[in-house]
Design a binder for this molecule. Structure first.
Ligand code: NAP
Length: 274
């Protein structure tokens, strides 16, 4: 990569950021498009987030991505929020337009694109999301509007109840499951918990309850034990790698106003995950 006197910076703010795959994906895209930009990860402890956001203006960054734990807490430091980010109440992308910082959320849309490209259509389907954290909220925002019915399950039920109440306001049918004893009737199941990040983690559901007609998705980037077990049961599976790719492609488009080179970004990601 060639750094010049005019190179502009896009960045990731998170804590920690050491595990991130975003730099390789975005730098491959900038390089391919001949854009004089580079993407850098910054480890930003929560107490320095305000100064880090100020630096976007001070150093004329193109924009940034945000990851755990900054997606919600960054909102008060921004000048404007896109409609969907406001509804989701979380921001994963900031665009710097001449010092004015606008927050967007590309996570949910990225997940929907990852389903679409594999021919999985949530319209008119019964969908279950396991987990009620930030990513569940982001994908739930789209799934609750698209699906026939959305069910949430979370180990702390109050959090699922509260998210269901928020998502119901989008007009969709959203309910909470007390347990995961019966999976019959669901067409699409999404694991939005960190269970599976480690191979020794418990499974988020009992694979014996899976029917081969169910599409099983995991937001974790690699092939989790859940996805392996679902495949063994004959289910179609979707990993979180597609969501990572598409949320990044949508952020790239917001920063550059250019059509993102998705296949270049995908190959860059695959080179890190194979
Ligand atoms: P989060 O806001 O911290 O929420 C985590 C959720 O998982 C909560 O509902 C939590 O339940 C539940 N949970 C945590 N540990 C659990 C356990 N041991 N057993 C059962 N439930 C547990 O996290 P997030 O941002 O939503 O992220 C969730 C997953 O999605 C992570 O693995 C992350 O890597 C992945 N992700 C992927 C992408 C992508 O681009 N592919 C993007 C974002 C996130 P409680 O409410 O009871 O604590």
């Amino acid at each position: 990569m060639r750094i010049t006197g005019k190179t502009r910076v896009a960045a990731l703010f998170g804590y920690p950021v050491e595990h991130t795959l975003s730099p390789v994906m975005h730098n491959a895209a900038f390089d391919h498009m001949g854009l004089d930009c580079c993407y850098l990860p910054f480890s930003v402890p929560p107490e320095t987030l305000r100064q880090a956001v100020e630096s976007i203006r001070a150093l004329s960054f193109v924009g940034v991505n945000l990851t755990i734990p900054h997606k919600e807490t960054v909102i008060p430091f921004l000048d404007a929020l896109d409609k969907e980010a406001a509804a989701i109440e979380a921001v994963n992308t900031i665009v710097n337009r001449e010092g004015r910082l606008t927050g967007y959320n590309t996570d949910g849309k990225g997940f929907m694109r990852s389903l679409e490209e594999l021919g999985v259509n949530a319209a008119g389907r019964n969908v279950l999301i396991i987990g009620a954290g930030g990513s569940s909220r982001a994908i739930g925002f789209y799934l609750s509007r698209e699906a026939k019915a959305l069910t949430l399950y979370n180990r702390s039920r109050e959090k699922a109840e509260s998210l269901a109440a928020d998502l119901s306001s989008t007009g969709g049918e959203v309910s909470v499951a007390a347990d995961l004893g019966h999976l019959r009737g669901f067409d699409i199941i999404v694991n939005a918990t960190p269970l599976g990040l480690k191979q020794c983690d418990l499974l988020p559901l009992d694979p014996d309850a899976l029917e081969p007609t169910i599409v099983v998705c995991d937001l974790i980037y690699h092939k989790t034990p859940l996805l392996s077990q679902a495949e063994a049961k004959g289910c179609k599976t979707v990993s979180g790698a597609g969501m990572l790719l598409w949320q990044g492609a949508l952020a790239f488009e917001l920063w550059t106003d250019r059509i993102p080179p998705v296949e270049i970004m995908r190959s860059a990601l695959l080179s890190q995950t194979d």
